[in-house]
Design a protein around this ligand. Structure first.
Ligand code: CDP
Length: 227
């Protein structure tokens, strides 16, 4: 039963470092990794390319249901075209946050996300991993940092890729995206009651990864004891 396969759900706001931490935790445990945000970004990108508007709920849901995507070796392919960099742009992130607010789009992507739950385990990052997609996750982490720190990180990340950016604009975009993700009616961004808070404002990546691994060990032994 796929429900016996352990899931670590890592949710949190934009640029909090969830993706990096989740991928490293998955690597350390030999687990699979789901970057759920990439699915919303891919839907926004596919829509843009097919001339479907970012508010056309039915059109987007249809696209999302039939997305021809492939993940592998850190790359993302849409209809066999490498789109790893295209989906990471700020423009695509804004589109992702718009299409992600539409319930039919979220429903269309649900089965695809569940399919990532394969032995020996899964680390999934996003906004609603612990609340909607994998509510029975063995460990739920809410990973965050102040908006200023997150804007700095995104700025550095873009600079390293040679993409020019403006810190003030990035901070404004982040705040706007946080507000949209938190205020939406379906699957809003919020810390679940059973999620462990991890504030990385003052924490490096290794410490954040170790924190998750330590909590996973604790959750594991608690489960063994209860059986
Ligand atoms: O990298 P960043 O955190 O900025 O974004 P992301 O995780 O790639 O997600 C892009 C957008 O998709 C977010 O702003 C959310 O609106 C949406 N999203 C969502 O609604 N639910 C998820 N599970 C993951 C992402």
């Amino acid at each position: 039963m796929s429900n016996d396969i352990p899931v670590i759900a890592i949710d949190g706001p934009s640029a909090s470092g969830k993706g990096t931490v989740a991928a490293l935790v998955a690597g350390a445990l030999g687990f699979h990794y789901l970057d759920s945000g990439a699915l919303y970004r891919l839907t926004a990108l596919a829509a843009q390319r097919s001339g479907v508007a970012w508010d056309d709920e039915a059109g987007l849901a249809e696209l999302a249901l039939h997305l021809d995507v492939r993940f592998g070796d850190g790359e993302i392919y849409l209809r066999n075209e490498r789109v790893t960099d295209d989906v990471r742009t700020e423009h695509c992130g804004i589109g992702a946050s718009k299409v992600a607010a539409l319930p039919a789009v979220r429903t269309a992507l649900l089965a695809r996300q569940h399919a990532f739950r394969q032995a020996p385990g899964l680390v999934a990052d996003g906004r609603d991993m612990g609340s909607v997609v994998f509510p029975d996750a063995m460990l739920k982490i809410f990973l965050t940092a102040t908006a200023e720190e997150r804007a700095q990180r995104r700025y550095k990340q873009l600079m390293e890729k040679g993409i020019s950016a403006n810190l003030i604009n990035l901070l404004d975009d982040l705040r706007e995206r946080d507000a949209r993700d938190s205020a939406r009616a379906v699957a809003p961004l919020k810390q679940e009651a059973d999620a462990v808070l991890l504030d990385t404002t003052q924490l490096g990546i290794d410490d954040a990864v170790n924190f998750v691994l330590k909590n996973f060990k604790l959750a594991n032994s608690a489960q063994v004891e209860s059986h």
